[in-house]
Design a protein around this ligand. Structure first.
Ligand code: ADP
Ligand code: MG
Length: 240
């Protein structure tokens, strides 16, 4: 589903990603872990070209998105992204947040888009909120709407960048539970997270980034129980 080959990203003099190669299979759930500033967000954003890699290649579904001839807008329709700060449309109701892109971008009928949106709202436990506006929702509810909105585009792949980091502690679980359900449904997911319990339980694989390098890559059991590098050992001692 995703292949990354010798990826580099530089901001001015600052080399933020250094020669990263990896791949993510269809249906796989991969958590990206590492200290603040290690390049996790930049890496995730390179997977849909929100950041343009300085060097290296990225394929999504066998399409090389780093090839300038690729229509990135078409590829992005296959990729849902969820951010720390939700970015819902404040002037649209919850239901309209979910139907907006399917109608505008995919040309779906209002009725079909609304039917699918209601199904998704039920899936994230927010059926009763379809006429509410984002400002009247809690953080956890907003993030569940954001996830449902991404799913409304029927993506083949979902990217999450610290989806629970801006939430009050009591709201973290409701969002993680939605993500867990999604993982169990077979969605391909790449998740930047500081939720170690979640990463350990739900991921098929962990990527550990440090100073822009992919230092470790392995099963949760390998990474959490037998980290290979001193950087990973230090990191785990601080966060566990
Ligand atoms: P993480 O998500 O692991 O905290 P980031 O990918 O956000 O790390 O950032 C990695 C490094 O890249 C940091 O040093 C950050 O300051 C720098 N960086 C990120 N985005 C930009 C940008 N748009 N312009 C310049 N520097 C950036
Ligand atoms: Mg980040």
């Amino acid at each position: 589903m995703i292949k990354v080959e010798n990826l580099y990203k530089q901001f001015g003099e600052n080399e933020v990603l250094k020669n990263i190669s990896t791949s993510i299979d269809s249906g796989e759930v991969v958590s990206i872990i590492g200290p603040s500033g290690s390049g996790k967000s930049t890496f995730l954003r390179c997977l849909n070209l929100l950041e343009t890699p300085t060097k290296g290649k990225v394929w999504i579904n066998n399409q090389e998105i780093t090839d300038k001839k690729t229509n990135i807008m078409k590829v992005r329709e296959q990729i849902g992204m969820v951010f720390q700060h939700f970015y819902l449309f404040p002037h649209l109701t919850v239901l309209e947040n979910l139907t907006y892109a399917p109608i505008k971008v995919k040309g779906e009928s209002r009725e079909a888009a609304a039917a699918k949106a209601r199904e998704l709202l039920s899936r994230v436990g927010l059926s009763e909120k379809e006429t509410a506006f984002p400002n009247n929702l809690s953080g956890g509810q907003k993030q569940r709407v954001a996830i449902a909105r991404a799913l409304a585009m029927e993506p083949e792949l979902m990217l999450f960048d610290e989806p629970t980091s801006a939430l009050d502690p009591e709201m973290v679980k409701e969002v993680l539970n939605v993500m867990k359900d999604l993982a169990q449904s077979g969605m391909t997911m790449a998740i930047v997270t500081h939720e170690m319990g979640f990463a350990r339980e739900v991921s098929d694989r962990i990527l550990f980034l440090d100073e822009g390098k992919l230092l470790e890559e392995g099963s949760p059991d390998e990474f959490f129980n037998r980290p290979q590098t001193s950087r990973a050992k230090d990191f785990l001692e601080k966060v566990l």
